[in-house]
Design a protein around this ligand. Structure first.
Ligand code: FUC
Length: 747
């Protein structure tokens, strides 16, 4: 049994999927194991099992746009909203909403054990550093163990059943498909095959049972393992989905599964385990974090969390939750897979909340906030590939709905390339989707400095998004370029005493566009291309509506006009986009920093899981470590279940990943201009600590040690000759990386 500080553990089997079961995943396959004694349940997913199908756009919907703009110009917001929702979005939305896909439960694997008597010494755990789950208990003098993993190198879910004594494993294994109408067969060679179709998408799952000693036999509704010394269950699942328009289907899922199993079924458990832990450890082991000298808790994780929620200090639990976010990102987003969705890859329902889809007005974005800073750039690539693939339908949406060049996406997508505006304007008329996604595309470069990637992948995506906004922006009565019509996610304003959402410009859109144009301009400079386009961007950027400070509240105005928000504590922190994730409102503009603080104060410290995570990141950028920690503490205490899944509610992985990003942002920040800020928002509660392996923009890796709240030593690693500025405690000094590739601070 692992006793490391990187283990979640419990002294009881899970009953509740969301709050107690533990996740494993390899980016493609995900599973939640329960660890029941008489009956084990392993619920599993495969990342492409979605309902729905591709939905074609309405080619002439753009004709409705001028009318909405006319109403807005006349100040008739009610009429603008009516036309947007009752005409424009009706024509554009997905008609039959069931065509919009939601992520599906693939099924459950059950293992029923022979009655063994009274069990004792039960322990269920998840070792984050090895990505291996484990259950152990004793029964009638025998020690039973189960281990669970999802291997990326072998592309399977593997469960191993063992016992300290020979011939002690007798069990019945069955598979319950999550889809109605699926067929399950139990074959004499120890395979369980479940197959079917969603109506559009074909799928198949295959579990192969292999025994050492004893024997197996297929019965009507299960495979029986009799008197084995140990048993291995290997599971693969696949669908016909492939990431190519227009149909997005065509992959041979049966042949795929057969190939996966052929590659692994003759391998020993030890070989599978060793390759898996080595592969996972290569990514996970890059960052270590130690917070405070608190003694390591010997309590089960759920009890620890309960005590923490009751006010006890447990900085190592705060660090464990940080590493858990990294664990979840690696487990749900690996090269060649789809990005992590709203629940990463774990879902036990066919009607999950919000379809468990990809949302671009915070959720998918937040999922990837820790990718670069916590040294998991490889896990970022699935998102970038996905964004690249969205361009295809995004171009059609730009044309059909806005008569614009470039590519567009509104707030959400399934896996079927949905990029259209839809339904209620409050979220369906979000204009900033493509621009915000471009932030990730840019950040991958800003951390890696990979100019080949910038030229071949990033710049084309950014440029096309910028082309859309150049066409879309209109000039307002004050001569500013504004995003109109638009909505500020997902808040409403009070104009003429009425609640409205459709406006002629909001702060978030303008900052998303400013950041995008700025990054495009940087690309043109670095790559030495497109001088004319760059000049156009510079001119447009200069004319964008600036950040405005509200006369009413002293905070940042959410809309171009100084309207009152209908919900001043709204969970979305859209007007603060310029502070985080963008780098537009910084310490160089103290008045705007103060206004940002006023906005953040008025939003309060509570809210949904992801909203609190955003607040941690924002307070870190506003350089207030104690406040960031206060929000962090409240979030961990009130928005984490005992299995450390964060919840909105319900469980949403953005909370976990945003939390992890927030911790990193408190310890290290870096700018596009090459400044590295050490311990910029260190809270008093983290008096002593050390962190290693965090990434700074410009391709630097940073280790920091501190004591009594003061930095003792930082080591920065990077390419010899590279340089920038180091900022610590209000002081700045330039640095240049010596030939050794390691720079120490202070020297
Ligand atoms: C947006 C948010 C909700 C939730 C959903 C998935 O609609 O406003 O809070 O996170 O996405």
């Amino acid at each position: 049994m692992s006793e490391s500080s990187l283990t979640l553990w419990y002294d009881f089997p899970a009953e509740d999927w969301e709050k107690q079961a533990l996740p494993i995943g390899n980016g493609r396959l995900g599973a939640m194991f329960f660890g029941g004694i008489e009956e084990e349940r392993i619920q599993f997913n495969e990342e492409t099992l979605y309902s729905g199908r591709p939905i074609p756009p309405d080619e002439s919907a753009y004709q409705e746009l001028p009318k909405i703009r006319e109403y807005l110009a006349a100040g008739d917001y009610a009429a603008a909203q009516r036309h947007a929702e009752e005409v424009f979005l009706k024509r554009t939305s997905f008609g039959d909403a069931s065509d919009f896909g939601s992520y599906q439960n693939f099924g459950d694997l059950y293992i029923a054990f022979e009655e063994q008597g009274e069990p004792g010494q039960y322990r269920r755990e998840l070792d984050l550093s090895r990505a291996v789950g484990r259950v152990e208990y004793t029964c009638a003098g025998k020690t039973y163990t189960r281990e669970y993993l999802c291997s990326y190198p072998d592309n399977v879910l593997a469960v191993r059943l063992a016992c300290g004594e020979a011939q002690a494993i007798t069990a019945r294994v069955s598979l319950q498909p999550g889809q109605p109408g699926a067929r399950t067969e139990y074959l004499p060679d120890g395979r369980i095959v479940a197959s079917g179709t969603t109506g559009y998408l074909e799928f198949e799952a295959v579990a192969q049972i292999v025994c050492q000693g004893g024997r197996i036999q297929a019965c009507g509704g299960y495979i029986e393992i009799c008197n084995a010394d140990s048993a291995l269950i290997l599971l693969t699942a696949a669908t016909a989905y492939q990431s190519s328009a227009p149909s997005y289907i065509g992959k041979g899922c049966k042949a795929y599964n057969a190939q996966v199993l052929a590659g692994v079924q003759s391998k020993s458990w030890e070989a599978i385990l060793n390759e898996h832990t080595a592969d996972f450890g290569r990514l996970f082991g890059r960052v270590e974090l130690r917070l405070g000298g608190e003694p390591e808790a010997v309590l089960p994780t759920n009890k620890r969390l309960e005590r923490y929620a009751a006010g006890e200090k447990d900085t190592q639990l705060e660090a464990l939750a940080f590493q858990y976010g990294r664990y979840l990102l690696i487990s749900s987003s690996r090269e060649g897979t789809l990005p992590a969705n709203l629940q990463g890859i774990w879902n036990d329902s066919n009607t999950p909340q919000w379809g468990s889809m990809f949302c671009y007005n915070i959720n998918l974005n937040m999922n990837y906030w820790p990718a670069e800073t916590t040294n998991l750039a490889e896990c970022h690539r699935p998102l970038i590939r996905f964004i690249d693939s969205l361009r295809l339908s995004g171009r059609r949406s730009a044309k059909c709905y806005f008569d614009a060049k470039g590519w567009f996406t509104a707030k959400k997508s399934d896996i079927w390339g949905y990029t259209q505006p839809y339904a209620a304007a409050v979220n369906g008329l979000f204009i900033g989707g493509a621009g915000w996604l471009c932030e990730d595309v840019w950040e991958y470069y800003s951390f890696s400095g990979d100019t080949e990637y910038l030229r071949d992948t990033a710049y084309p995506i950014l440029k096309e998004a910028a082309e859309f906004y150049l066409d879309y922006l209109t000039e307002n009565e004050d001569g500013f370029l504004v995003s109109s019509p638009s909505t500020s996610p997902e808040n409403s304003f009070l104009a003429d005493g009425k609640k409205q959402t459709v406006s002629d410009g909001c702060e978030m859109d303008h900052r998303i566009i400013e950041e995008l144009f700025g990054n495009c301009i940087r690309c043109c400079g670095i790559l030495g291309v497109d001088a004319d386009f760059r000049a156009r961007l510079e001119e447009a950027k200069g004319k964008l509506a600036p950040t405005r400070v509200s006369r009413r509240t002293g905070g940042i105005q959410e809309w171009y006009h100084d309207w009152k928000e209908s919900d001043p504590e709204h969970r979305h922190l859209s007007p603060l986009y310029g502070v985080y994730p963008a780098q537009l409102i910084t310490a160089e503009q103290p008045a705007l920093m103060e206004a940002a603080k006023a906005t953040l104060n008025s939003r309060g410290d509570e809210s949904t899981g992801w909203s609190r995570a955003w607040k941690i990141n924002l307070w870190a950028r506003l350089l207030d470590g104690n406040r960031a920690h206060k929000v962090l503490r409240g979030m961990l205490a009130e928005r984490f279940f005992g299995n450390l899944f964060s919840f909105h509610p319900p469980f949403q992985i953005d909370g976990n990943l945003g939390y992890t990003a927030g911790v990193a942002e408190m310890l290290l920040q870096s700018t596009y201009e090459g400044e590295i800020r050490l311990l910029p928002a260190l809270p008093e509660e983290w008096r002593d600590g050390r962190v290693s392996g965090l990434q700074a923009r410009g391709n630097f890796t940073v280790d920091i040690v501190w004591k009594d709240g003061r930095l003792t030593r930082a080591a920065i690693r990077g390419e010899p000759g590279a340089g920038g500025t180091i900022a610590y405690n209000g002081e700045e000094r330039p640095f240049e990386m010596p030939g050794s590739g390691r720079f120490l601070f202070p020297r």
